[in-house]
Design a protein around this ligand. Structure first.
Ligand code: IVH
Length: 670
């Protein structure tokens, strides 16, 4: 009997380790979290009933006792170095050239490139396959013993996988917190009214240096290896072989390793930078290393960094600067938003002098005041944001700004709809700021696409009160605008011609150009396809609008509200009288396939061979109406994997349901 229990414990340990490996190293879990938890619970139970069979490296033994006082010092047998940096292509090429010269070779050496994870360096020592020591980098010579904490990091195996490994194996890598884990953890901390962390790097560092391992165990840390310290036998002859060998031993390695000539590495840099924001973790550059270990040794070290490797940095995404003022802007729909004016600062690769503050709740949450030192973040194409205010550096005289009660442009009272964070100017199109934004939208490329009518010209036209509504644009003449904003005869003529040309448009563009709240390009296109005709759309009821795919109650109300305003309908009529027109949609009913005229179809879940838009187009071509919600009027629901409430509703209403394969068969494409 006891032998059976001992065997079951060993099997569970093996099985759980394999799942840890599948999840953390291969990134290919084969069971779900709850199944995993069941295995772990069974193991815990057996171990507590039979402590004599407890393996000290069992997956249940990750949390140990906390140190009495601080962490002990650990001397690194092989120092933990840092890396030199290069910041651009020229510097990268110089780095390659220096190495090639030094090696006295005609060709540059083969290189590897991996993401430079932004966390903190860690050295983990295995002896005879068991984790015996984990230490932080410290000053590179001496670090801190954080073994108890590191044992709680689930991606770090307590024992190596397989049966063949060096007696001594020191793995070096980076402890990080993934972006999603960071966000979830911060939310948890906030809900528990505990202190949150500023960024994933601080969260990783702060967590690893927690004195209580049971707290560390609740912090979602990850680890990726990028190199070796002391080893009793070689794992390979190149860096890439070493990384593969580590992976086979169950150690998660730095993902996304690229290997090749300098050109390949240069391309990898561009590609990594482009993907930066989509990666699950924060990176601050790319580490380039010579692949062959013999060449690494030949190149050796300078001071505290290797000659065979460098960090090719990305532009920093965060920088500190001064918040000079908080201005207020009025948008097209009247939204009054605070904008941060900054002392210009180089961040995310560009000089930034404005940042968005979203709304006044956000200003209050950040407690941002003019004069404050702030941390600005710009990631990719994202609009710069203020992530933090250094309130500790604030002067005594600083005062919070007050929320405007009237529009700064037209002095109309501001409104705040219930449940909304934004405040709005109630002035509508009598507000010059709203007028300007409205007209800018009307002429923009995806709307009426009127080239040559820019912000400056619109400002002047509004100022002179020549243009109040979009229709007024079509009443302008070349003579009247010549001379405005230094405009010559030729440009004036071109502008008028561009305006005239825009009269020939499409229904979808026209709808989008109207600037109805929440009706973006895609919604405008769907509405145009669904209604085909302006009058039908103007007369559509709230329910009919809700039947349209992607139109929910809020958008439907905005559309209704827009057409209910007399002035809006007058402007539309004016535009049409002035010659704005579009081809009348003739729904081209396809000759092949069944006639679905009069039927209403709904699509839900994921389709595999086509997008939902494609499927909708095909159904419409057969005469069907495609709706976004299931009702008693629905003829058929096409349900793909992941279908949820719509499927349930269809079933409860007795609506017919088919899957994608049946849809394809019907469309005659199988
Ligand atoms: S190799 C001899 N590879 O960057 C030094 N380091 O700025 C070996 N880092 O202390 C470092 N990702 O903590 C290397 N793929 C990577 C890395 C990486 C992040 C960190 C590491 C190092 C620091 C140097």
């Amino acid at each position: 009997m006891t032998e059976i229990v001992a065997q079951r414990i060993r099997d569970l340990v093996t099985e759980i380790r394999q799942h840890d490996y599948n999840y953390h190293v291969l990134d290919e879990p084969t069971i779900g979290d709850s199944q995993y938890d069941l295995l772990l619970a069974e193991l815990k139970r057996l171990e507590s009933e039979h402590p004599e069979f407890l393996d000290p490296n069992s997956p249940t033994q990750r949390v140990g006792a906390k140190p009495d006082s601080g962490f002990e010092e650990v001397a690194h047998r092989i120092p933990m170095l840092s890396l030199d940096n290069v910041f651009d292509l020229d510097e990268f090429r110089q780095f390659v050239e220096r190495m090639t010269d030094r090696l006295d070779q005609s060709d540059s050496p083969y290189l590897t490139a991996e993401p430079k994870l932004d966390g903190l360096a860690l050295s983990i020592r295995y002896e005879h396959g068991r984790l015996v020591l984990a230490a932080t980098r410290g000053d590179g010579q001496t670090g801190e013993n954080v073994t108890q904490n590191v044992r709680t990091i689930r991606s770090i195996p307590l024992t190596l996988k397989g049966s063949h490994y060096p007696d001594v194996l020191e793995v070096r890598g980076e402890v990080i917190m993934k972006k999603a884990d960071f966000a979830a953890m911060n939310q948890r901390l906030a809900e528990a009214s505990e202190k949150t962390f500023v960024n994933p790097r601080n969260a990783a560092a702060g967590s690893l240096r927690q004195l209580d391992p049971s707290i560390v165990a609740t912090r979602p840390l990850s680890f990726y290896a990028y190199g070796l310290g002391e080893v009793s036998e070689p794992l390979g002859t190149t860096h890439s072989e070493v990384m593969d060998a580590l992976k086979n031993l169950g150690i998660p390695v730095n993902p996304g390793l690229v290997r090749g000539e300098p050109r390949v590495i240069e391309t990898a840099y561009e590609s990594l930078m482009a993907r930066r924001d989509d990666l699950p973790y924060e990176i601050d550059g790319m580490v380039v290393k010579v692949d062959a270990l013999t060449l690494q040794n030949a190149l050796g070290f300078v001071a505290r960094a290797p000659r065979f490797a460098t960090a090719w940095k990305f532009p920093a995404q965060e920088a500190a600067t001064r918040l000079v003022a908080i201005d207020v802007q009025v948008g097209r729909t009247g939204a009054i938003t605070p904008v941060a004016r900054l002392e210009p600062v180089f961040v995310g690769g560009v000089t930034v002098s404005n940042a968005t503050l979203h709304n006044f709740d956000e200003v209050a949450r950040l407690d941002a005041r003019p004069g404050d030192q702030v941390m600005v973040r710009r990631a990719g194409d994202v609009i710069p944001q203020i992530v933090r205010v250094m309130t500790e550096q604030r002067s005594d005289v600083s005062r919070p700004i007050s929320i405007p009660t009237e529009c700064p442009i037209c002095q109309s009272p501001v409104e705040r709809a219930e449940g909304e964070a934004v405040i709005r100017c109630s002035g509508g199109l009598i507000c010059r700021a709203q007028r300007l934004e409205h007209l800018k939208h009307f002429v923009s490329r995806k709307a009426m696409d009127i080239d040559g009518v820019g912000e400056r010209l619109l400002e002047i036209l509004i100022e002179k009160e020549w243009v109040a509504t979009p229709a007024d644009l079509y009443r302008l003449s070349a003579e009247s605008i010549e001379g405005l904003d230094r405009m010559g005869e030729k440009s004036a003529h071109n502008v008028i011609q561009a305006i005239a040309q825009s009269k020939e448009t499409t229904f979808a563009r026209f709808l989008y150009a109207l600037g109805i709240r929440d009706v973006g390009e895609a919604t405008a296109r769907t509405l145009a396809a669904e209604f085909g005709d302006l009058d039908r759309l103007i007369q559509a009821t709230h329910d009919e609008l809700m039947d349209v795919e992607d139109v929910g109650p809020v958008v439907a109300s905005h559309i209704r509200a827009f057409f209910e305003v007399d002035r809006n309908r007058a402007v539309i009529q004016d535009l049409i009288d002035l010659g704005v027109h579009w081809p009348i949609a003739t729904v081209e009913v396809s000759q092949d396939g069944p006639d679905l005229t009069g039927q209403t179809w709904v699509l839900t879940g994921t389709l595999e061979t086509m997008t939902r838009d494609e499927a909708s187009d095909k159904l419409r071509a057969l005469g069907a109406k495609v709706s976004g919600s299931v009702s008693a009027k629905t003829t058929m629901l096409v349900a793909g994997p992941g279908a949820g409430s719509k499927l349930a509703k269809a079933e409860s209403l007795g609506v017919d349901v088919i899957d994608e394969a049946a849809l394809i068969a019907l469309l005659g494409e199988s």
